[in-house]
Design a protein around this ligand. Structure first.
Ligand code: ADP
Ligand code: MG
Length: 466
Protein backbone atom coordinates (compact mmCIF):
# COMPACT_ATOMS: atom_id res chain seq x y z
CA UNK A 1 0.00 0.00 0.00
CA UNK A 2 1.58 3.30 -0.96
CA UNK A 3 0.57 6.64 0.37
CA UNK A 4 3.42 8.68 -0.99
CA UNK A 5 3.69 10.71 -4.13
CA UNK A 6 6.78 10.16 -6.26
CA UNK A 7 8.92 13.27 -6.54
CA UNK A 8 8.65 13.46 -10.29
CA UNK A 9 5.11 14.35 -11.27
CA UNK A 10 5.80 15.25 -14.90
CA UNK A 11 4.03 13.12 -17.52
CA UNK A 12 7.29 13.20 -19.48
CA UNK A 13 8.76 10.70 -17.06
CA UNK A 14 6.29 8.07 -18.29
CA UNK A 15 6.60 5.76 -21.29
CA UNK A 16 3.93 7.63 -23.31
CA UNK A 17 4.04 8.37 -27.04
CA UNK A 18 5.12 11.89 -28.09
CA UNK A 19 1.66 12.46 -29.58
CA UNK A 20 -0.05 11.57 -26.32
CA UNK A 21 2.33 13.82 -24.40
CA UNK A 22 1.50 16.65 -26.80
CA UNK A 23 -2.21 16.12 -26.23
CA UNK A 24 -1.71 16.29 -22.47
CA UNK A 25 0.14 19.54 -22.92
CA UNK A 26 -2.65 20.90 -25.11
CA UNK A 27 -5.17 19.99 -22.42
CA UNK A 28 -3.02 21.81 -19.88
CA UNK A 29 -2.40 18.64 -17.95
CA UNK A 30 1.00 19.88 -16.83
CA UNK A 31 1.66 17.63 -13.87
CA UNK A 32 0.18 14.34 -12.75
CA UNK A 33 -2.34 14.37 -9.96
CA UNK A 34 -1.28 12.24 -6.95
CA UNK A 35 -3.43 9.27 -7.99
CA UNK A 36 -2.03 9.44 -11.52
CA UNK A 37 1.56 9.66 -10.26
CA UNK A 38 1.02 6.66 -8.02
CA UNK A 39 -0.84 4.46 -10.49
CA UNK A 40 0.43 5.20 -14.01
CA UNK A 41 3.87 3.57 -13.59
CA UNK A 42 2.06 0.44 -12.37
CA UNK A 43 -0.62 0.30 -15.06
CA UNK A 44 1.67 1.24 -17.95
CA UNK A 45 3.87 -1.68 -16.91
CA UNK A 46 0.86 -3.95 -17.39
CA UNK A 47 0.04 -4.77 -13.77
CA UNK A 48 -3.40 -5.06 -12.23
CA UNK A 49 -4.37 -2.18 -9.96
CA UNK A 50 -6.74 -1.25 -7.17
CA UNK A 51 -6.88 2.51 -6.79
CA UNK A 52 -8.80 4.47 -4.26
CA UNK A 53 -9.03 8.25 -4.39
CA UNK A 54 -11.74 10.81 -3.96
CA UNK A 55 -13.95 12.30 -6.68
CA UNK A 56 -12.19 14.83 -8.86
CA UNK A 57 -8.71 13.41 -8.32
CA UNK A 58 -8.13 12.51 -11.97
CA UNK A 59 -8.88 8.79 -11.96
CA UNK A 60 -10.18 8.77 -15.55
CA UNK A 61 -6.84 9.72 -17.07
CA UNK A 62 -5.17 7.25 -14.71
CA UNK A 63 -6.84 4.42 -16.63
CA UNK A 64 -7.36 6.15 -19.99
CA UNK A 65 -3.63 6.61 -20.61
CA UNK A 66 -2.64 2.93 -20.28
CA UNK A 67 -5.72 1.99 -22.24
CA UNK A 68 -4.81 4.30 -25.15
CA UNK A 69 -1.16 3.26 -24.98
CA UNK A 70 -1.96 -0.45 -25.26
CA UNK A 71 -4.40 0.09 -28.13
CA UNK A 72 -3.74 -0.96 -31.69
CA UNK A 73 -5.98 1.24 -33.89
CA UNK A 74 -5.39 -1.01 -36.90
CA UNK A 75 -6.97 -3.90 -35.10
CA UNK A 76 -10.75 -3.64 -35.47
CA UNK A 77 -11.92 -5.19 -32.24
CA UNK A 78 -12.91 -4.08 -28.77
CA UNK A 79 -9.62 -3.94 -26.88
CA UNK A 80 -10.74 -2.14 -23.76
CA UNK A 81 -13.94 -2.10 -21.71
CA UNK A 82 -14.79 0.39 -18.97
CA UNK A 83 -17.72 -0.38 -16.69
CA UNK A 84 -19.37 2.62 -14.99
CA UNK A 85 -22.38 2.75 -12.65
CA UNK A 86 -24.56 5.32 -14.45
CA UNK A 87 -25.18 6.80 -17.87
CA UNK A 88 -24.00 10.17 -16.59
CA UNK A 89 -20.65 8.81 -15.40
CA UNK A 90 -20.22 6.71 -18.55
CA UNK A 91 -20.76 9.85 -20.64
CA UNK A 92 -18.18 11.77 -18.59
CA UNK A 93 -15.64 8.98 -18.99
CA UNK A 94 -16.32 8.68 -22.73
CA UNK A 95 -15.76 12.41 -23.16
CA UNK A 96 -12.52 12.40 -21.20
CA UNK A 97 -11.14 9.42 -23.17
CA UNK A 98 -12.15 11.11 -26.44
CA UNK A 99 -10.26 14.25 -25.43
CA UNK A 100 -7.18 12.24 -24.57
CA UNK A 101 -7.49 10.23 -27.80
CA UNK A 102 -7.37 13.31 -29.99
CA UNK A 103 -3.82 12.52 -31.14
CA UNK A 104 -5.13 9.57 -33.16
CA UNK A 105 -8.19 10.27 -35.24
CA UNK A 106 -9.14 6.69 -35.95
CA UNK A 107 -9.73 5.49 -32.41
CA UNK A 108 -13.39 4.65 -31.96
CA UNK A 109 -14.86 5.00 -28.51
CA UNK A 110 -18.41 3.86 -28.00
CA UNK A 111 -20.69 4.45 -25.06
CA UNK A 112 -23.22 1.67 -24.37
CA UNK A 113 -25.66 2.66 -21.67
CA UNK A 114 -29.20 1.91 -20.67
CA UNK A 115 -31.95 4.39 -21.34
CA UNK A 116 -31.32 4.51 -25.09
CA UNK A 117 -32.52 1.92 -27.59
CA UNK A 118 -30.40 -1.12 -28.33
CA UNK A 119 -30.62 -1.12 -32.09
CA UNK A 120 -28.51 1.98 -32.92
CA UNK A 121 -25.93 0.72 -30.42
CA UNK A 122 -25.82 -2.61 -32.24
CA UNK A 123 -25.31 -0.80 -35.54
CA UNK A 124 -22.43 1.21 -34.04
CA UNK A 125 -20.86 -1.97 -32.74
CA UNK A 126 -21.04 -3.49 -36.20
CA UNK A 127 -19.06 -0.55 -37.52
CA UNK A 128 -16.35 -1.46 -35.07
CA UNK A 129 -15.22 0.07 -31.77
CA UNK A 130 -11.85 -0.02 -30.05
CA UNK A 131 -12.97 1.10 -26.63
CA UNK A 132 -16.37 0.52 -25.06
CA UNK A 133 -17.61 2.42 -22.02
CA UNK A 134 -20.86 1.22 -20.55
CA UNK A 135 -23.14 0.34 -17.69
CA UNK A 136 -23.08 -3.31 -16.55
CA UNK A 137 -26.70 -4.13 -17.45
CA UNK A 138 -26.43 -2.83 -20.98
CA UNK A 139 -23.07 -4.48 -21.61
CA UNK A 140 -24.61 -7.75 -20.44
CA UNK A 141 -27.48 -7.29 -22.93
CA UNK A 142 -25.06 -6.86 -25.79
CA UNK A 143 -23.01 -9.87 -24.72
CA UNK A 144 -26.19 -11.96 -24.64
CA UNK A 145 -27.21 -10.86 -28.09
CA UNK A 146 -23.75 -11.49 -29.45
CA UNK A 147 -23.48 -7.89 -30.66
CA UNK A 148 -20.47 -7.31 -28.37
CA UNK A 149 -17.46 -9.64 -28.40
CA UNK A 150 -14.68 -9.42 -25.89
CA UNK A 151 -12.17 -12.01 -27.08
CA UNK A 152 -9.64 -9.34 -28.14
CA UNK A 153 -9.92 -7.46 -24.84
CA UNK A 154 -6.64 -6.32 -23.27
CA UNK A 155 -7.84 -4.12 -20.45
CA UNK A 156 -10.92 -4.17 -18.26
CA UNK A 157 -11.65 -1.17 -16.04
CA UNK A 158 -14.15 -1.15 -13.19
CA UNK A 159 -14.72 2.54 -12.53
CA UNK A 160 -16.54 3.75 -9.40
CA UNK A 161 -16.65 0.14 -8.29
CA UNK A 162 -18.05 1.02 -4.87
CA UNK A 163 -21.00 2.76 -6.41
CA UNK A 164 -21.65 -0.11 -8.84
CA UNK A 165 -21.88 -2.40 -5.83
CA UNK A 166 -24.17 0.05 -4.00
CA UNK A 167 -26.44 -0.02 -7.01
CA UNK A 168 -26.68 -3.80 -6.92
CA UNK A 169 -24.54 -4.51 -9.98
CA UNK A 170 -22.41 -7.21 -8.36
CA UNK A 171 -23.92 -10.11 -10.33
CA UNK A 172 -23.88 -8.20 -13.61
CA UNK A 173 -20.22 -7.35 -13.10
CA UNK A 174 -19.40 -10.99 -12.39
CA UNK A 175 -21.28 -12.01 -15.54
CA UNK A 176 -19.35 -9.53 -17.70
CA UNK A 177 -15.93 -10.23 -16.19
CA UNK A 178 -16.34 -13.97 -16.76
CA UNK A 179 -16.68 -13.26 -20.48
CA UNK A 180 -13.39 -11.36 -20.64
CA UNK A 181 -10.21 -13.22 -21.61
CA UNK A 182 -8.37 -14.46 -18.50
CA UNK A 183 -5.02 -12.92 -19.49
CA UNK A 184 -6.35 -9.36 -19.56
CA UNK A 185 -5.20 -6.51 -17.34
CA UNK A 186 -7.81 -5.41 -14.78
CA UNK A 187 -7.97 -1.99 -13.14
CA UNK A 188 -10.37 -1.20 -10.33
CA UNK A 189 -11.12 2.37 -9.25
CA UNK A 190 -13.15 3.35 -6.27
CA UNK A 191 -13.74 6.39 -4.08
CA UNK A 192 -14.21 4.28 -0.96
CA UNK A 193 -13.24 0.75 -0.07
CA UNK A 194 -16.16 -1.16 1.39
CA UNK A 195 -15.93 -4.88 2.00
CA UNK A 196 -17.57 -5.96 -1.25
CA UNK A 197 -14.76 -4.35 -3.24
CA UNK A 198 -12.23 -6.59 -1.58
CA UNK A 199 -14.27 -9.62 -2.58
CA UNK A 200 -14.46 -8.45 -6.20
CA UNK A 201 -10.75 -7.75 -6.27
CA UNK A 202 -9.83 -11.15 -4.85
CA UNK A 203 -12.05 -12.82 -7.45
CA UNK A 204 -10.93 -10.98 -10.53
CA UNK A 205 -7.61 -9.21 -10.10
CA UNK A 206 -4.24 -10.83 -10.48
CA UNK A 207 -1.68 -9.80 -7.84
CA UNK A 208 -2.91 -6.22 -7.92
CA UNK A 209 -0.90 -3.27 -6.71
CA UNK A 210 -2.94 -1.19 -4.29
CA UNK A 211 -2.77 2.58 -4.39
CA UNK A 212 -4.74 4.33 -1.74
CA UNK A 213 -4.74 8.08 -1.37
CA UNK A 214 -6.55 9.09 1.73
CA UNK A 215 -6.37 12.76 1.10
CA UNK A 216 -5.91 14.93 4.07
CA UNK A 217 -7.72 18.04 3.02
CA UNK A 218 -5.83 21.21 3.62
CA UNK A 219 -7.18 22.55 6.86
CA UNK A 220 -6.88 26.10 5.66
CA UNK A 221 -9.42 25.62 2.88
CA UNK A 222 -12.01 23.42 4.54
CA UNK A 223 -13.13 24.78 7.85
CA UNK A 224 -14.72 22.02 9.82
CA UNK A 225 -17.11 22.56 12.72
CA UNK A 226 -19.28 20.20 14.70
CA UNK A 227 -22.56 21.26 16.28
CA UNK A 228 -24.09 19.39 19.14
CA UNK A 229 -27.80 18.81 18.65
CA UNK A 230 -30.52 16.83 20.31
CA UNK A 231 -32.26 14.33 18.09
CA UNK A 232 -35.39 16.40 17.69
CA UNK A 233 -33.44 19.56 16.78
CA UNK A 234 -31.52 18.04 13.92
CA UNK A 235 -33.57 19.18 10.92
CA UNK A 236 -34.26 22.65 12.27
CA UNK A 237 -30.51 22.98 12.95
CA UNK A 238 -29.85 22.72 9.20
CA UNK A 239 -32.01 25.79 8.63
CA UNK A 240 -30.21 27.61 11.45
CA UNK A 241 -26.82 26.84 9.89
CA UNK A 242 -27.96 27.96 6.44
CA UNK A 243 -29.29 31.24 7.81
CA UNK A 244 -26.11 31.89 9.74
CA UNK A 245 -23.45 30.90 7.18
CA UNK A 246 -25.54 31.88 4.11
CA UNK A 247 -23.65 29.73 1.58
CA UNK A 248 -24.76 30.08 -2.04
CA UNK A 249 -24.59 26.33 -2.64
CA UNK A 250 -24.78 23.63 0.01
CA UNK A 251 -24.73 19.87 -0.31
CA UNK A 252 -26.55 18.32 2.65
CA UNK A 253 -25.87 14.65 3.37
CA UNK A 254 -28.31 12.36 5.12
CA UNK A 255 -27.75 8.70 5.91
CA UNK A 256 -31.21 7.59 4.79
CA UNK A 257 -33.71 8.41 2.07
CA UNK A 258 -36.38 9.06 4.68
CA UNK A 259 -34.18 11.67 6.36
CA UNK A 260 -33.69 13.30 2.91
CA UNK A 261 -37.45 13.50 2.41
CA UNK A 262 -38.04 14.94 5.89
CA UNK A 263 -35.32 17.53 5.49
CA UNK A 264 -36.56 18.60 2.07
CA UNK A 265 -40.06 19.05 3.40
CA UNK A 266 -38.83 21.16 6.31
CA UNK A 267 -36.63 23.32 4.05
CA UNK A 268 -39.47 23.93 1.61
CA UNK A 269 -41.82 24.79 4.43
CA UNK A 270 -39.34 27.45 5.57
CA UNK A 271 -38.94 28.93 2.11
CA UNK A 272 -35.54 27.54 1.13
CA UNK A 273 -34.81 26.69 -2.48
CA UNK A 274 -33.89 23.04 -2.07
CA UNK A 275 -33.89 19.93 -4.24
CA UNK A 276 -33.08 16.29 -3.62
CA UNK A 277 -31.36 13.57 -5.58
CA UNK A 278 -32.52 10.03 -5.11
CA UNK A 279 -32.52 6.74 -6.95
CA UNK A 280 -36.20 7.04 -7.82
CA UNK A 281 -35.65 9.94 -10.19
CA UNK A 282 -35.65 9.32 -13.91
CA UNK A 283 -32.43 10.26 -15.63
CA UNK A 284 -34.01 13.37 -17.13
CA UNK A 285 -35.22 14.56 -13.73
CA UNK A 286 -31.82 13.87 -12.21
CA UNK A 287 -30.11 15.89 -14.95
CA UNK A 288 -32.52 18.74 -14.27
CA UNK A 289 -31.78 18.75 -10.54
CA UNK A 290 -28.03 18.73 -11.14
CA UNK A 291 -28.23 21.52 -13.68
CA UNK A 292 -30.25 23.72 -11.33
CA UNK A 293 -27.85 23.11 -8.48
CA UNK A 294 -24.67 23.53 -10.51
CA UNK A 295 -25.83 26.81 -12.04
CA UNK A 296 -26.55 28.31 -8.63
CA UNK A 297 -30.32 28.53 -8.86
CA UNK A 298 -30.92 26.10 -5.98
CA UNK A 299 -29.42 26.75 -2.53
CA UNK A 300 -29.43 23.25 -1.08
CA UNK A 301 -29.08 19.82 -2.61
CA UNK A 302 -30.12 17.07 -0.20
CA UNK A 303 -28.69 13.63 -0.90
CA UNK A 304 -27.52 10.30 0.45
CA UNK A 305 -23.97 9.14 -0.25
CA UNK A 306 -25.21 6.73 -2.89
CA UNK A 307 -27.12 9.43 -4.75
CA UNK A 308 -24.23 11.90 -4.61
CA UNK A 309 -21.36 9.59 -5.50
CA UNK A 310 -19.35 10.83 -8.45
CA UNK A 311 -20.87 14.29 -8.29
CA UNK A 312 -18.31 16.93 -9.03
CA UNK A 313 -19.54 20.46 -8.48
CA UNK A 314 -17.07 23.25 -8.99
CA UNK A 315 -18.35 25.85 -6.54
CA UNK A 316 -19.71 24.54 -3.30
CA UNK A 317 -19.53 26.84 -0.28
CA UNK A 318 -20.68 24.29 2.27
CA UNK A 319 -21.23 20.64 3.00
CA UNK A 320 -23.60 19.90 5.87
CA UNK A 321 -23.58 16.47 7.43
CA UNK A 322 -27.13 16.25 8.71
CA UNK A 323 -26.17 12.80 9.94
CA UNK A 324 -22.54 11.96 10.59
CA UNK A 325 -21.55 8.84 8.69
CA UNK A 326 -20.05 5.94 10.67
CA UNK A 327 -17.27 5.59 8.07
CA UNK A 328 -14.42 8.13 8.42
CA UNK A 329 -13.38 7.64 4.79
CA UNK A 330 -16.86 8.54 3.61
CA UNK A 331 -16.83 11.57 5.88
CA UNK A 332 -13.54 12.77 4.39
CA UNK A 333 -14.88 12.14 0.92
CA UNK A 334 -18.09 14.09 1.63
CA UNK A 335 -16.42 17.20 2.96
CA UNK A 336 -13.71 17.12 0.27
CA UNK A 337 -16.30 18.39 -2.16
CA UNK A 338 -16.11 21.87 -0.70
CA UNK A 339 -13.04 24.09 -0.51
CA UNK A 340 -11.90 23.26 -4.03
CA UNK A 341 -9.31 25.30 -5.88
CA UNK A 342 -8.74 28.63 -4.21
CA UNK A 343 -12.15 28.76 -2.56
CA UNK A 344 -12.76 28.26 1.12
CA UNK A 345 -15.44 25.85 2.20
CA UNK A 346 -17.42 25.03 5.32
CA UNK A 347 -17.84 21.47 6.52
CA UNK A 348 -20.57 21.60 9.13
CA UNK A 349 -21.67 18.46 10.92
CA UNK A 350 -24.49 17.84 13.33
CA UNK A 351 -23.84 15.36 16.08
CA UNK A 352 -25.92 14.10 18.96
CA UNK A 353 -24.21 13.16 22.24
CA UNK A 354 -24.37 9.54 21.03
CA UNK A 355 -22.35 10.50 17.93
CA UNK A 356 -19.48 11.98 19.92
CA UNK A 357 -17.25 8.91 19.97
CA UNK A 358 -17.69 8.41 16.27
CA UNK A 359 -16.81 12.04 15.62
CA UNK A 360 -13.67 11.87 17.74
CA UNK A 361 -12.55 8.88 15.71
CA UNK A 362 -13.11 10.75 12.45
CA UNK A 363 -11.28 13.84 13.65
CA UNK A 364 -8.41 11.71 14.91
CA UNK A 365 -8.10 10.07 11.52
CA UNK A 366 -7.83 13.53 10.00
CA UNK A 367 -5.18 14.46 12.53
CA UNK A 368 -7.40 16.92 14.35
CA UNK A 369 -9.36 17.52 17.49
CA UNK A 370 -13.03 18.08 16.63
CA UNK A 371 -14.08 21.69 17.03
CA UNK A 372 -17.41 21.64 18.87
CA UNK A 373 -19.83 24.55 18.79
CA UNK A 374 -23.34 25.09 20.05
CA UNK A 375 -26.29 26.16 17.97
CA UNK A 376 -26.96 28.82 20.56
CA UNK A 377 -23.71 30.54 19.57
CA UNK A 378 -25.05 31.25 16.08
CA UNK A 379 -26.31 34.70 15.20
CA UNK A 380 -29.95 34.59 14.37
CA UNK A 381 -29.89 38.27 13.45
CA UNK A 382 -30.20 37.76 9.72
CA UNK A 383 -33.66 36.43 9.19
CA UNK A 384 -34.00 37.40 5.53
CA UNK A 385 -34.62 34.36 3.35
CA UNK A 386 -31.64 32.69 1.67
CA UNK A 387 -32.22 33.19 -2.04
CA UNK A 388 -30.08 31.73 -4.83
CA UNK A 389 -28.59 34.35 -7.16
CA UNK A 390 -29.82 32.70 -10.34
CA UNK A 391 -32.99 31.22 -11.79
CA UNK A 392 -32.96 28.38 -14.33
CA UNK A 393 -35.10 28.88 -17.41
CA UNK A 394 -36.20 25.81 -19.30
CA UNK A 395 -36.56 26.13 -23.04
CA UNK A 396 -38.37 23.35 -24.88
CA UNK A 397 -36.03 22.33 -27.68
CA UNK A 398 -32.44 21.16 -27.58
CA UNK A 399 -29.81 19.29 -29.55
CA UNK A 400 -32.51 17.66 -31.69
CA UNK A 401 -33.58 21.15 -32.80
CA UNK A 402 -29.91 22.03 -33.33
CA UNK A 403 -29.96 24.66 -30.60
CA UNK A 404 -26.51 25.62 -29.37
CA UNK A 405 -25.54 27.65 -26.26
CA UNK A 406 -24.56 30.56 -28.51
CA UNK A 407 -28.10 30.75 -29.91
CA UNK A 408 -29.56 31.22 -26.44
CA UNK A 409 -26.90 33.69 -25.36
CA UNK A 410 -27.51 35.56 -28.62
CA UNK A 411 -31.25 35.72 -28.05
CA UNK A 412 -30.80 37.07 -24.52
CA UNK A 413 -28.07 39.59 -25.22
CA UNK A 414 -29.31 40.60 -28.65
CA UNK A 415 -32.87 41.67 -29.11
CA UNK A 416 -33.83 41.02 -25.50
CA UNK A 417 -31.14 43.48 -24.43
CA UNK A 418 -29.64 41.70 -21.40
CA UNK A 419 -25.94 41.81 -20.59
CA UNK A 420 -23.61 38.83 -20.69
CA UNK A 421 -23.13 39.16 -16.93
CA UNK A 422 -26.84 38.52 -16.37
CA UNK A 423 -26.61 35.17 -18.15
CA UNK A 424 -25.10 32.13 -16.43
CA UNK A 425 -24.53 28.54 -17.47
CA UNK A 426 -26.28 27.26 -20.57
CA UNK A 427 -26.81 23.50 -20.88
CA UNK A 428 -28.24 21.94 -24.01
CA UNK A 429 -29.65 18.42 -23.69
CA UNK A 430 -31.39 16.36 -26.38
CA UNK A 431 -34.81 17.93 -26.08
CA UNK A 432 -34.40 20.75 -23.60
CA UNK A 433 -32.14 23.72 -23.05
CA UNK A 434 -31.46 25.21 -19.63
CA UNK A 435 -30.11 28.67 -19.08
CA UNK A 436 -29.37 30.36 -15.77
CA UNK A 437 -30.16 34.07 -15.54
CA UNK A 438 -29.86 36.56 -12.71
CA UNK A 439 -32.86 36.28 -10.43
CA UNK A 440 -33.77 39.93 -10.94
CA UNK A 441 -34.34 39.57 -14.67
CA UNK A 442 -35.88 36.08 -14.70
CA UNK A 443 -39.45 37.08 -15.30
CA UNK A 444 -38.58 39.57 -18.00
CA UNK A 445 -36.25 37.05 -19.66
CA UNK A 446 -39.05 34.47 -19.85
CA UNK A 447 -41.33 37.07 -21.39
CA UNK A 448 -38.80 38.28 -23.94
CA UNK A 449 -37.63 34.81 -24.94
CA UNK A 450 -41.23 33.65 -25.38
CA UNK A 451 -42.05 36.67 -27.50
CA UNK A 452 -38.88 36.50 -29.58
CA UNK A 453 -37.05 33.73 -31.38
CA UNK A 454 -34.25 31.28 -30.69
CA UNK A 455 -32.51 30.02 -33.81
CA UNK A 456 -35.24 31.61 -35.94
CA UNK A 457 -38.07 29.80 -34.16
CA UNK A 458 -40.54 30.65 -31.43
CA UNK A 459 -39.89 28.67 -28.29
CA UNK A 460 -41.73 27.70 -25.11
CA UNK A 461 -39.94 28.97 -22.02
CA UNK A 462 -40.61 28.68 -18.29
CA UNK A 463 -38.75 29.39 -15.09
CA UNK A 464 -38.00 26.38 -12.89
CA UNK A 465 -38.57 27.20 -9.27
CA UNK A 466 -37.91 24.95 -6.35
P1 ADP B 1 -12.30 11.33 -10.81
O1 ADP B 1 -12.65 10.24 -11.79
O2 ADP B 1 -11.20 10.97 -9.89
O3 ADP B 1 -13.50 11.84 -10.08
P2 ADP B 1 -11.77 12.89 -13.17
O4 ADP B 1 -10.97 11.90 -13.92
O5 ADP B 1 -13.19 13.08 -13.60
O6 ADP B 1 -11.73 12.58 -11.61
O7 ADP B 1 -10.95 14.28 -13.22
C1 ADP B 1 -11.43 15.46 -12.63
C2 ADP B 1 -11.03 16.68 -13.46
O8 ADP B 1 -9.61 16.88 -13.44
C3 ADP B 1 -11.40 16.55 -14.92
O9 ADP B 1 -11.96 17.76 -15.33
C4 ADP B 1 -10.09 16.29 -15.64
O10 ADP B 1 -10.13 16.79 -16.96
C5 ADP B 1 -9.08 17.04 -14.76
N1 ADP B 1 -7.74 16.45 -14.76
C6 ADP B 1 -7.41 15.15 -14.65
N2 ADP B 1 -6.08 14.97 -14.63
C7 ADP B 1 -5.52 16.20 -14.69
C8 ADP B 1 -4.15 16.68 -14.70
N3 ADP B 1 -3.13 15.86 -14.62
N4 ADP B 1 -3.98 18.02 -14.78
C9 ADP B 1 -5.03 18.85 -14.87
N5 ADP B 1 -6.32 18.47 -14.87
C10 ADP B 1 -6.58 17.16 -14.78
MG1 MG C 1 -14.34 9.11 -12.15
Amino acid sequence: MSDTTPANTSFNALPLSPALLATLQQLQYLTMTPIQAASLPVTLAGHDLIAQAKTGSGKTAAFALPLLTRLNPRRFAVQALVLCPTRELADQVTQEIRRLARFEDNIKILSLVGGSTLRPQMASLEHGAHIVVGTPGRIMDHLDRGSLKLDALNILVLDEADRMLDMGFNDDIVYVVKRCPPNRQTLLFSATYPEGIDRLARQFLHEPTEVKLLEKHEGSKIRQRFYEVKHEERLQAVATLLKHYRPVSTLAFCNTKQQCRDLLEMLHAQGFHALTLNGDLEQRERDQVLIQFANRSCSVLVATDVAARGLDIAQLEAVINVDVTPDPEIHIHRIGRTGRGDEDGWALSLGSPADKRRISAIAQMMGDEPEWHTLGSLQSGNDSPLVPPMVTLQILGGRKEKIRPGDVLGALTGEAGFTREQVGKITVTDQTTYVAVSRGIAREAVRKLSAGKVKGKSVKVRALEN
